[in-house]
Design a protein around this ligand. Structure first.
Ligand code: SDX
Length: 433
């Protein structure tokens, strides 16, 4: 394979190096392209653009492979915990027992938010979407916990722990706000996921009994959502972080990007799509045919992916876990039947086959959260809780990189040529030919 690429424009030949990654993916290193000849690259949606070099997560979209720091997602999903996976993503290695204990204690010590922040919850309207609350509250953490411009290693660890832990607390508080119940504080006696479930579902008049199957399902959900290389929200975190904005603002920006229905908001859309099909008695085949028409508002939510052109490995794991959970909870869900019908029909449909559209992580994730009692408008919030360690890992990798510069893409201007100001009286008058 060649190690450089030649570009011939206007008869002038230029050579650019080719960068090769650990798993063989290659990129043309276009540094200096514009300076040397005034040319830019155009790649709307950035599907053909590598924005950085990273050691954190590897995805092979054709083969459905996902590695966190080299470990297959299937192994971490089966053997690790969310806190251990968070440590791995951020620090690059699985923790020793003592490292894990220090990290867990740091998370526990950071799990409260400033008591004055509780007043914000009073001000939010009852119907406020918890993603709007989360993005707002995380950004406002910087007012209660000011972040110095330069963080020493200890401070960096502390602020990252704060975010992993406080995001979970804010999420639970926003749920309690939405149901008009008093907030439940984090407990030193409970591990990360149990603490979250306790803050969500216990109350002064009702103890919450931790069901190990439910705890494991939520743990699995968070592990599977912990990172996914340069997706929209992680790229947002890198872009905002490149201006050296404080870490709370950076993560708040990631939360806002994740909220979109094309991204993390899809898990809530999938449930709404399945409930619509059930409530209206729409034949799944009819729904799929509608989702194929270009002008359809409804796309087949939970299907398709910019990178996976085969089954998203996370969808496979979630589907199996959901099936097992239903059996353990001795419950059934008509939405699961519909989901499996949709999946079976779509996987045989030429439109989806030709476009390599397969179930992605969001197709089954909402079903698993619904089964454990999480309300639909909290699904993307849980996605955000899961993704915080990935966002922090990318932020940390970027700010410590040798080439840490502000990200500032260019554009190709296609607007009007230069023209001159017109007094208001002469505007809009038809120009005589
Ligand atoms: C996540 O990037 C990540 O890693 C994200 C994520 C992560 O962990 O961070 O994996 C999490 O966001 C998963 C994706 C969740 N979103 C959805 O499920 C929403 C539904 N899916 C689509 O909107 C779409 O598939 C995207 C947004 C996920 C990907 O969009 P692309 O890569 O820009 O593809 P596209 O829109 O250019 O579609 C290509 C073709 C088009 O048809 P044609 O123009 O060729 O005729 O496929 C069609 C699209 O209309 N298409 C779909 C479809 N997805 C794509 N048609 C019907 N239903 C769909 N779901």
């Amino acid at each position: 394979m060649t190690d450089n690429a030649k570009l011939i424009v206007d008869g002038k030949e230029r050579s650019f190096g080719i960068v090769q990654g650990t798993k063989g993916e290659r990129a043309i290193d276009l540094a200096g392209l514009r300076e040397g000849g005034g040319l830019l690259t155009l790649d709307e949606g950035l599907g053909n653009t590598a924005s950085c070099l990273s050691r954190i997560t590897y995805i092979n979209g054709e083969k459905g492979v996902l590695l966190y720091r080299g470990y297959p997602i299937e192994e971490l999903a089966g053997k690790s915990s969310f806190v251990e996976t968070a440590y791995l993503l951020i620090h690059g290695e699985l923790p020793t027992r003592s490292e894990l204990s220090v990290f867990s204690n740091r998370l526990n010590d950071s799990s409260l938010i400033h008591e004055d922040m509780r007043h914000f919850f009073v001000a939010f309207p009852k119907y406020a979407h918890p993603m709007g609350i989360l993005a707002t509250m995380v950004a406002s953490l910087s007012t209660f916990y000011p972040v110095p411009d330069h963080l020493d290693p200890e401070a960096e660890e502390q602020f990252m722990a704060n975010l992993i832990s406080q995001v979970r607390t804010i999420a639970a508080f926003s749920y309690k706000k939405s149901i008009g119940e008093p907030t439940v504080y984090p407990s030193i006696k409970l591990r990360y996921v149990e603490n979250f479930l306790n803050m969500m579902f216990s109350s002064p008049v009702k103890d919450y009994r931790q069901d190990p199957d439910i705890v494991r399902a939520v743990e699995l959900f968070l592990i599977l959502h912990a990172d996914h290389e340069q997706n929209c929200s992680t790229s947002t975190v890198r872009l905002v972080g490149s201006s050296m904005a404080n870490i709370y603002s950076v993560i708040s920006a990631g939360i806002s990007a994740l909220w979109g229905p094309r991204h993390g908001g899809a898990n809530q859309e999938v449930i709404q799509m399945l409930e619509h099909i059930l409530a209206t008695g729409t034949d799944p085949k009819t729904f799929i045919d509608r989702a194929k028409s270009r002008n359809a508002r409804e796309r087949l939510m939970g299907f398709g992916h910019r990178v996976y052109k085969s089954f998203d490995p996370r969808a496979r794991i979630l589907k199996q876990a959901y099936h097992q959970l239903l059996k353990k909870l001795k419950t059934a869900d008509p939405l699961f039947e519909i989901a499996m019908q949709i999946e079976e029909l779509a996987l045989k449909d030429a439109y989806f086959i030709e476009r390599n559209l397969y179930p992605n992580v969001d197709f089954y994730s909402g079903l698993i959260l619904k089964a454990v009692g999480i309300p639909a408008d909290m699904f993307t919030v849980l996605f955000a809780i899961g993704r915080v360690p990935g966002w922090l890992a990318h932020w940390r990798e970027m700010v410590h990189a040798k080439e840490f510069r502000i990200a500032r893409p260019r554009q190709i201007y296609i607007g009007p040529s230069e023209r001159h100001y017109e007094p208001i009286n002469s505007r809009g008058l038809k120009k005589c030919p």
